[in-house]
Design a protein around this ligand. Sequence first.
Ligand code: SF4
Length: 495
Amino acid sequence: MARPEAREACGVFGIYAPGEDVSRLTYFGLFALQHRGQESAGIAVSNGREVTAYRQMGLVSQVFDEGVLGRLQGDLAIGHTRYSTTGSSTLANAQPMVGEWRGGKVALAHNGNLVNAVTLRQELEARGEVFEASSDSEIMLRMVVREADERNSVEEAVAACMARWRGAYSLTILTEKAVLAVRDPYAVRPLCVGRLNGEATVFASESCALNVIGAELLREVGPGEMMVAEGEGVRTRQAVKSPRRALCVFEYIYMARPDSRINGKLVHEARRMMGHQLARDHPAEADLVIPVPDTGWAAAIGFAEESGLPFREGLIRNRYIPRTFIQPDQRLRELGVRIKLNPLREALEGNRVVMVDDSIVRGTTKRRIIGMVRDSGAREVHVRITAPPYRWPCYYGVDTSNRSELIAARCSSVDEIREEIGADSLGYQSVEGLLKGLGVPRRKLCLACFTGRYPILIPRDVKLSKLDLEESEWRSGEDAPEASTAARSPTETRG
Ligand code: SF4
């Protein structure tokens, strides 16, 4: 679902499949990853001699047609769907980005965010590099091109760059002859590898993109690993040491598609189990359970199963709202225009309702939804949230608000939040409850937006840029990193 309050990541794809229609397979792979980014899409393809790319603003289905795909012929390809913050939603930032080194071309597709991007960019500018875009992905590409010129190898160049990049990156990279897939040493963003027709190699942010083209999931690309699909097979190497894993827990909570498998766990099942745990930890006296569609769906099923309350659809979502949709003006908003979600009066009227959702970011959307549910006759609205209070901003590629906009950071208690969103009761899952429901050890996850403990150290000024704190208010104890190899440097941007 296009989330009303926040924040998707990006989707990357790669395929090495001589003899197959790789651009069409990439198109279908990107289509399955559309939920990760709806602002731009692109494909780069190689026929073994040259790399050709096409990228445009818009949805995958708007960017590509038969004519465009027909011009993208080859044996290997990568693709990208992009989400960005306002202001950087331009064609120059669309991906895959293509650069040229002395041995040929290289294209790069990135999901994540570097925390030392400003330093790296300043270094490159000092060496005469002129940038066309504002994203950290262009910085990564320029670095790879420079290193490739020096080392006479894209593979060696990427390995050298990985030692300097700090932050989250899951990449697919294309040269004339090979597709590379690499993941940062903490494996913050997902990336998996699959097999098509017993021999072709496919990489994707999520396994749902493998399923859609009939490929079989083999495994995750490991933290700090580089995989190279070329010629007869796939080579792999540990390009940089991994201090620990720190997969973004929000992939399980709402970002990934429910039919994707991450680290062996089906996302739908993970959410259902979170719902079970939520019902055990925060039961409610009520008549029925409804989800906030779509990401609250599986957790609401779990809540209903555990509590014994009936599960009903109480809110119907319009599935066909593109990002370019003209937003309602203030007057229509005040009238409570129901463009995205429409309540089902027949299900809600006279009932005490448990409404299950994945998270509360700013709280404005939740307040509107609760208002709609009440206006449709619900006697009581009990809100249950599978994520703990969202108090800290993300610096690893998820577009969240600054800290002062996060309702859980602004309010001093859960009861204050409950009052602000207008619920009869509010139950947030705790970090411990979340881990118990999810069944994944804490040491393998990033939980920073709940705990303020960032697994990859963030340069001070980058950190402050989203905290809305004065330097004098800085409290270093709150953000002590759990482990870090990161450089202390000033920074910016996202990819
Ligand atoms: Fe995910 Fe939150 Fe960590 Fe960002 S800070 S990577 S959203 S868990």
